[in-house]
Design a protein around this ligand. Structure first.
Ligand SMILES: Cc1cc2nc3c(=O)[nH]c(=O)nc-3n(C[C@H](O)[C@H](O)[C@H](O)COP(=O)(O)OP(=O)(O)OC[C@H]3O[C@@H](n4cnc5c(N)ncnc54)[C@H](O)[C@@H]3O)c2cc1C
Length: 413
């Protein structure tokens, strides 16, 4: 192929915007279609540690991230009587632990990526960014991929990247039904912003975590102390009727939490008015192969590890860096680029996805006694720096930090 390649990215979340930024930098013409009518705000704080932090540096995102980053001091576990118990400070594990040194809200990171795209120099690839648009039909042969969009428009591309999240429609059209790839891990999780309730009993900058039988509630401070992000996870069997039904989702949260203390009543009162209510399954995506012909999957659509891993955004930006880097390196040999991307990313995904169902169980003790034991275990972990549990966690975190990243001068800032 002698002409420059044209890429379609489905999904304008973290994965989609990160890959678009890198492709444009490499001079590749890129179309992004995002189903939502505007950038989607909201989402929990995301941690940038180890390789994802390195990628953010190489992508030139750090000045924007620094301006918008959260300043979290750590986590404090709250007991039945609303008292703070064990504390896990951010410095633990050298700033690379459960609360990382660099934390930024998901929506803010998305805005950093969009600002970076808007500021690209004229010699970059040309960008066609369409909100309220998605692929209705897709058809590929050896030469090209034809996409027909919801608006009725149609176009041809050399590569289509599926970055449309856990419930990817593109994956369904090209690779097969959702059930083949998405594995429910036993819990649901919701995130939403509320006015900071009085009486949280948590000092500024600390995330309060309140485990109750079957569920965990956390309150994460926003940069503006007037508001906080409520994070609620609850362990129940899968219920397909919850998908897309906001009323049923909020009813479930209410049923699971009514009667508990701390600031739960305030959270439940504020929930219906939250501007950014987000709720989904805690699920894992496992695809035997991430590409088929000219279509390649990225981010949650390809390899969601679930919010329990705290690594969804990290995998999205590392994957975006590798995929764009490989496409820019061998644009005339796309199968090779896709294979290299998969070869490089898969070991990290396998490490991150391991044992998530156990984590879900451990984080949601079913009984009051189980919750009391959890408090004791965390206190032990925090008070004994040399405990085997702490050594194990340090080793697990270290594994991600060691991940080697290739250099791609064509896509770096
Ligand atoms: C609004 C929002 C809030 C989130 N909050 C959290 C959170 O608090 N904690 C957490 O752990 N994870 C959260 N996530 C998921 C987290 O962003 C991802 O795990 C991670 O960043 C990987 O991102 P992704 O781009 O692969 O997927 P996503 O972030 O899910 O992005 C996918 C994008 O594709 C768009 N889309 C969906 N279908 C189509 C389609 N057919 N065509 C075109 N576009 C489509 C979506 O609107 C979305 O913008 C949230 C996601 C969203 C969209």
């Amino acid at each position: 192929m002698s002409r420059p390649i044209r890429v379609l990215v489905c999904g304008g979340g973290i994965a989609g915007n990160a890959v678009a930024l890198q492709l444009l930098r490499a001079g590749i013409d890129t179309t992004v279609v995002e189903r939502a009518p505007a950038p989607r705000p909201g989402g929990q704080a995301v941690d940038l540690r180890g390789p994802s932090r390195k990628v953010a540096e190489r992508m030139g995102l750090m000045p924007g991230i620094r301006k918008r980053q959260l300043h979290e001091r750590g986590m404090v576990f709250i007991d039945e009587r609303g008292r703070g118990r064990a504390r896990m400070p951010a410095e633990m594990f050298g700033g690379e632990g459960f609360v990382a040194e660099i934390e930024i809200a998901r929506g803010e990171l998305n805005q950093v990526l969009l600002d970076e795209i808007a500021g690209l120099p004229a010699e970059s690839g040309s960008l066609d960014y369409r909100y309220g648009e998605w692929v209705e039909d897709i058809d590929q042969d050896a030469e090209t991929v034809k996409a027909r969009f919801a608006s009725g428009a149609a176009a041809e591309f050399d590569v289509v990247i599926g970055a449309d999240g856990l419930n990817s429609a593109l994956r369904e059209k090209v690779f097969g039904p959702r059930e083949q790839f998405v594995e429910y891990l036993g819990a649901y999780i919701g995130f939403f912003t509320i006015p900071t309730p009085p009486g949280t009993n948590v000092e500024t900058g600390w995330v309060g975590v309140y485990p109750v039988p079957g569920s965990t509630v956390a309150l994460r401070p926003d940069p503006d102390p007037a508001t906080s992000m409520a994070i609620i996870s609850t362990r129940i069997p899968a219920d397909p009727a919850l998908r897309g039904d906001l009323e049923a989702q909020q009813r479930l949260i209410r049923e699971r939490l009514t009667g508990y203390g701390w600031v739960i009543p305030d959270i439940l009162d504020a929930m219906p008015d939250a501007p950014d209510f987000y709720f989904d399954e805690v699920a894992r995506v496992r695809m035997p192969h991430w590409s088929k012909g000219r279509v390649v999957m990225l981010g949650d659509a390809a390899c969601c590890g679930s919010p329990m891993t705290g690594m969804g955004t990290a995998l999205a930006i590392i994957g975006a860096y590798l995929l764009a880097g490989e496409i820019a390196t061998t644009p005339t040999d796309l199968p090779r680029a896709f294979d290299r991307y998969e070869e490089l990313l898969r070991p990290l995904v396998t490490t991150i996805q391991k044992g998530t169902e156990t984590q879900v169980r451990l984080r949601h003790p079913e009984t009051r006694r189980g919750v009391a034991i959890m408090h004791i275990l965390i206190e032990t972990l925090m008070s004994r720096p040399l405990s085997p549990l702490r050594a194990l966690l340090t080793r697990l975190i270290g594994k991600q930090a060691e991940y080697p990243l290739p250099d791609y001068p064509a896509v770096e800032n």
